[in-house]
Design a binder for this molecule. Structure first.
Ligand SMILES: Nc1ncnc2c1ncn2[C@@H]1O[C@H](COP(=O)(O)OP(=O)(O)OP(=O)(O)O)[C@@H](O)[C@H]1O
Ligand SMILES: [Mg+2]
Length: 310
């Protein structure tokens, strides 16, 4: 390494390690790494065999990137503890606030409901109806935020079980029956009686509820929804398709982001918070799976969830 480059790398806030490719011996370690007080032995054990990884040493978090060149392997190590601390504080804040809001919102909801049922003056009844509707929306938002918070916490780990998917799908459909009737949409479960899927039943039922709810909500009057399940290679595929309004291509890359809703005008008519699909994606990912979408505007959409089977 030339003197100039050595001086630059010595000053770098990133940790840098260079190993010899042939025998893995250390060619260079910069001072940043020594300042962090991580032992060489510990560090060498954690170096990634591929592009990058994140590791934790003594309550500090590091991102390690790996590059190969002719005779050497270079590792760039970034201290991401401040970022991790911020992310954790943000998650804790959202979880705590949601938790604190849950009780008062449900109290407001039940009082509004009692008043609504007893009220005879049509004018006041209309106001109470609006309070009730908005409270239900807030309840749903808080519920979704709590689900996301629990998925990201220790509770978010998958509890694997062998599950009858048809039974699970029928339960989900039953719980959404009133909503489907209101929208005049028919939901069909096309899964064989003995179809077993290895997954976390509670989480997959939340996932399916969100997909079917969307398929009903963004459908047309008299529309249809199908829930199917089949094997594809090492995966079980859970598929929800609809005859709804579809999703414009340019929005598809973003619909799994938190609070993302497709164009403002149709979102105003059809209410929601934009958290449903981020919950779906999160649940698929913690199963080691993925979600795919196919959609055509004005014709409908198909969401496929791939759950690896071991
Ligand atoms: N089956 C579907 N057909 C058409 N558009 C859809 C469908 N599913 C999702 N979308 C679009 O993707 C956006 C994101 O969906 P997502 O479920 O995350 O949020 P949401 O339904 O708006 O709110 P909620 O948090 O209440 O589920 C929706 O606003 C909608 O525009
Ligand atoms: Mg939704």
């Amino acid at each position: 390494m030339s003197d100039l480059f050595k001086r630059i790398v010595d000053q770098s806030p990133y940790g840098v390690i260079v190993l010899k490719k042939d025998n893995g011996s250390i060619l260079y370690i910069n001072p940043a790494l020594k300042e962090w007080g991580i032992s060489e032995k510990e560090l060498l054990k954690s170096l990634p065999k591929e592009n990058s990884c994140e590791v934790e040493f003594k309550n500090r978090f590091f991102k390690i990137k790996r590059f190969e060149e002719d005779k050497n392997i270079i590792f760039l190590i970034e201290d991401i503890t401040p970022l991790k601390t911020y992310q954790r504080a943000k998650k804790d804040f959202v979880a705590n606030v949601s938790h604190e809001l849950k009780t008062p919102i449900s109290v407001i909801g039940s009082i509004a409901e009692t008043l609504y049922l007893e009220e005879e003056d049509p004018f006041k009844k209309r106001f109470l109806e609006r309070i009730l509707k908005r409270t239900k929306e807030m309840e749903a938002l808080v519920e979704d935020l709590l689900i996301l918070a629990s998925l990201e916490s220790k509770e978010g780990k998958v509890i694997w079980e062998d599950l009858n998917l048809k039974k699970l799908a029928e339960e989900v459909v039953q719980n959404l029956k009133e909503f489907a009737d209101e929208k005049n949409v028919t939901v069909e479960v096309e899964i064989s009686d003995d179809f077993i899927c290895r997954c976390d039943g509670h989480k997959i039922s939340i996932l399916l509820k969100n997909l079917v709810e969307n398929a009903i909500k963004y459908n047309r009057k008299g529309g249809k929804v199908w829930i199917k399940a089949y094997r594809s290679g090492k995966y079980t595929v859970l598929e929800v398709s609809d005859t709804g309004i579809g999703i414009p291509k340019k929005h598809i890359p973003f619909i799994f982001e938190r609070f993302y809703r497709v164009d403002k005008s149709r979102s105003r008519e059809i209410r929601g918070t934009g958290l449903g699909l981020s919950i779906v994606k999160h649940i698929a990912l913690i199963h080691g799976g993925k979600v795919e979408v196919e959609s055509e505007e004005g014709k409908g959409s198909t969401f496929r969830v791939f759950i690896p089977q071991f």
